[in-house]
Structures are given as C-alpha cells and as structure tokens.
Design a protein around this ligand. Structure first.
Ligand code: SAH
Ligand code: ZN
Ligand code: ZN
Ligand code: ZN
Ligand code: ZN
Length: 449
C-alpha cells in the first residue's frame, strides 16, 4: 500500500502530500498518493492512511475523484469515532489521580490492556496478566512499564539506550535549552519529567507529542498531546494544538528545541511537512518574529536519509553521533565490540556547537569545524571528513568522491559499487540504501530486528 516514494523503478508510489479537504480515517486526514512509472505520474490518485503503512493496521482507501455517498460518509464518521480510545485523556488524568492515592497493594497494571487498573475494574481483567505493587518510580518511567510497540510499519517504537538519552539531554542543557518539544521521543520526555520532579534545581520542561495514546495515562494535557506526525494532526483538537503553541512560546527566555525520532519507514516528505508546520507555529509565537531564525531541531534518523532530509531542510547537517537503542538487536551498544548504529542527529544548529563525547572516540576536526567519529578520516581531496557510517572511507579519483571501504570502481557502471553486482541492474537501486536487488519496502537496512 502507501509506501512513500520509491525511485523510478516500475510501479512506484509517490506521496503528493497532505491535501486540503482530504477525507479522514481514525488517524486524521489521509494523505494523497499516486502510482508512478519512470518517475512520471500514472493512474488514479488515491487517499490512504498517513500513519499506518500496513493495510492490516488501517485499511482506509479512497480514490481522489471517488464520489462518496452521504450514507458511507456517515458510516465512516461513526467508524472513526468507534476507533478512538475508550477513555479520554481527561478521564485518564483523573484515573491517575485516583491511582496514586491507592496503597501499593492495590496498584495494578493490566499487561494485556496496557492499562492502570482501579480496584473496581479488577474483576473485568481477572483473566488477564497483570503487575502488582506499581511503585511511584514505575509510574515515572512508563516506557519501562508499557511494552514497546515494535510493529515496524506503524509505531516502530525503538527506545533510546540510557547512554544515548542521557547524552541528548546533557547536550540540550549545555546548549542552553529549557523547553523540549519531544515529538515521538517518549523516553527523552520521561527522563526530563522524572528529573524535574526529583531534582530541585533541574529546570527543563518537556511536552510529548506522540501517537501512542497509552502515555495519556501518565501525563496531563500540558505534558502530552496525542499527535500524528505524518499529517500534523492533534487528536485533541484545537485545545491540544493551543497547548503546543503555548509551549513553544519562549517565556522567561526559556529557549525551545524540538527533538524528534520518527519511524524510519519512509514518508520523509510527510514528516518534513509536519515539522515545517511546528516550526511555523514557533515562529508565529513571537509578535516581532524571530528575525529569520528557525526553531532549533534535532531530527534523529538513519544516515542514508541524509540527502532526502537536506532536500527539505537545506539548513540541516548530519552529526556523526551514533544513537543507540535498547530494544533493537542491531543498533545496540554491546559490551563486547559495538555494532555500528546507522542512526544520526540532523540539526539546524551550528555543527561546531554539537560537542560529541571524546571518551567514545569522537574528535573535533578543525577543518570541518565539527566533531566526527574516530574512524572518520579527513580526506584532503574532498576537503572534508567524508565517512557517513563511521568506518574509514576511501577516495575514488574516478568518482571524485570518497566511497565505502567495501566498494570498488566498476568501469561498466562508471561508478563505485559492491564488487558483486550485476551491471545492467545497477540504476534501479533501492531508494533507501541505493543497492540493487530489492525495493525500499524490503530494504534490509530498515528492518530493525
Ligand atoms: N527513541 C525514542 C522513541 C522513538 S520510536 C525514545 O526512546 O524516546 C518512534 C516513536 O514515534 C514512538 O514513540 C511511536 O509511538 C511514535 N510514533 C510512531 N508513529 C507516529 C505518528 N504517526 N505520529 C506520532 N508519533 C508516532
Ligand atoms: Zn488510518
Ligand atoms: Zn574534516
Ligand atoms: Zn575524498
Ligand atoms: Zn569510483
């Protein structure tokens, strides 16, 4: 189904973006797509769900020019309502207040329903697995209590390793930020919230925007908004949108940064469009305008999306820091020799300000004026530190650029590529990694487990 844009190959899908007047599925306004062939639009345009790239999670589909009867519209609205969470955010906040009043022995969490239980509800969940004696510490780390929604095509919930999360937070603080708009970064939000409640002099605030509504059980409406970052949809309507806008106001000189770690399944253009809206919201908070400044952003994403991100945000640059995850077999920082995580920080802040930990091997390149990973050698010919993946790259005089260490120059293809490749196929490579033989949707570099 709707898989974002794929390079020229046969029958690719292109996202035409959020369209005014788009029909809604339970995840807010649908996105407009079109089939393409050889880069040309072909066939009928259609709407599909913005959030779920698997039809199993949301099967919304409508041709752009399709006439939808009143009866079907009414049925759809009814269906969308029925798909909304059982409790509202407000109700969840009240439930939490009652929950913390309970003695430890009466604090239960249903693992099947992923829900805090009040004693009156125990019976309904009696044949479900549950946890007892939920402590205040547990309530302060919901990302540990809830199971991660790893479903690759929808939530792709991969939680920061503590080391990476701590690094990000210290970096933000050192850079002088006091407000963090956490878009799809529940663990960073949680670290900030829990420090704020424990340490007197800790003065950083965070607002979490995430599609995972389970978090509404643990945070008030000022701390969490149910939000879809693929279509900039606030499920809580204008009130929630206003909460976000207020948060972006830099009151008392508290500077704002947005940190986001979206699912990697593609749709970069949809994400970019939403982030631009959040950035515009920030810009409009100040009557004088912020001159021509942009809201500072950390966009955490794999390095092979660099050119796609820069297409939309030319002011961004990619940092060498490798972001590690807890529940990710591949991107984990092991005790014995580390696996290289492909996930990086893209930012519109001046690269030289982003200080990377020297104890992890990062060093400052005075020519490039940024911190680079230990294996990243400054190439005298390119006049830059060219490695993208942390390994030492080699310069190819024929390609006039540095390439991966495992690549060789192929005189047939007139470019560097893997030694083992079939020359004729090399131009229709995967959109994500550029390798031939598979499509973006089957790209091994995207499968995180
Ligand atoms: N590393 C981060 C989590 C990133 S995983 C951390 O540890 O804090 C991706 C996050 O984006 C998840 O929390 C997931 O719930 C959220 N997400 C997935 N799809 C989304 C969408 N359409 N809109 C908003 N958030 C989404
Ligand atoms: Zn949907
Ligand atoms: Zn350099
Ligand atoms: Zn070079
Ligand atoms: Zn070459």
């Amino acid at each position: 189904a709707a898989a974002g844009q794929e390079r020229s190959g046969p029958a690719a899908l292109a996202l035409l973006g959020p369209a005014p007047g788009a029909p809604c599925c339970p995840h807010g306004p649908a996105l407009l797509f079109v089939k393409t062939s050889q880069g040309k639009e072909e066939g009928r345009r259609f709407y599909a769900c913005s959030a779920c790239r698997d039809r199993k999670d949301c099967n919304f589909f409508q041709w752009e020019d399709e006439k939808v009867s009143e009866a079907r519209l009414a049925a759809r609205e009814e269906y969308n309502r029925s798909q909304q969470p059982f409790f509202t955010h407000r109700q969840n906040v009240d439930r939490y207040k009652n929950f913390v009043l309970l003695p430890l022995s009466k604090r239960r969490f249903c693992q099947e329903c992923q829900q805090l239980l009040l004693p009156a509800e125990w019976k309904k969940h009696s044949d479900h697995q549950f946890l007892c004696d939920i402590t205040t510490a547990q309530l302060k780390s919901p990302s540990q209590l809830l199971y991660p929604l790893e479903n690759k095509k929808t939530n792709a919930q991969y939680l920061f390793a503590d080391r990476s999360c701590q690094f990000l937070l210290n970096l933000l603080i050192d850079l002088g930020f006091r407000r963090v708009l956490s878009v799809g970064t529940p663990r960073l939000h949680e670290m900030i919230q829990s420090k704020a409640s424990q340490e007197e002099e800790f003065n950083v605030k965070s607002l979490l925007l995430d599609i995972d509504f389970r978090y509404s059980q643990f945070y008030t409406e000022d701390e969490f908004c149910h939000y879809n970052m693929f279509n900039h949809h606030f499920f809580g309507g204008e009130t929630a949108c206003e909460t976000c806008r207020k948060f972006l106001c830099e009151e008392n000189g508290e500077r704002v940064i947005m940190v986001t770690d979206p699912p990697f399944g593609g749709l970069v253009e949809a994400l970019a469009s939403s982030f631009k809206k959040l950035m515009a919201m920030w810009r409009e908070t100040e009557k004088e305008g912020h001159d021509n400044r942009e809201m500072p952003v950390f966009w955490i994403f794999p390095y092979f999306f660099e050119s796609r991100i820069l297409d939309f945000f030319p002011s961004f640059s990619m940092m060498d820091y490798q972001v590690d995850y807890d529940n990710h077999a591949l991107y984990k920082h092991g005790k014995t020799g580390r696996r290289q995580s492909p996930v990086r920080i893209f930012t519109n802040l001046t690269p030289s300000m982003i200080v990377l930990p020297e104890e992890e091997g990062y060093r400052f390149c005075t020519v490039c004026q940024r911190y680079v990973s230990s294996g990243n050698q400054h190439c005298e010919i390119c006049n830059s530190c060219t490695s993208k993946d942390g390994r030492r790259w080699k310069h190819c005089v024929l390609c006039k650029k540095c390439v991966k260490p495992s690549w060789f120059h192929c005189n047939n293809c007139k470019c560097c590529t893997l030694e083992k490749h079939s020359c004729e196929k090399s131009d229709s490579g995967c959109f994500v990694c550029g390798k031939a033989g598979h499509k973006r949707s089957a790209c091994p570099s995207l499968s995180r487990s």
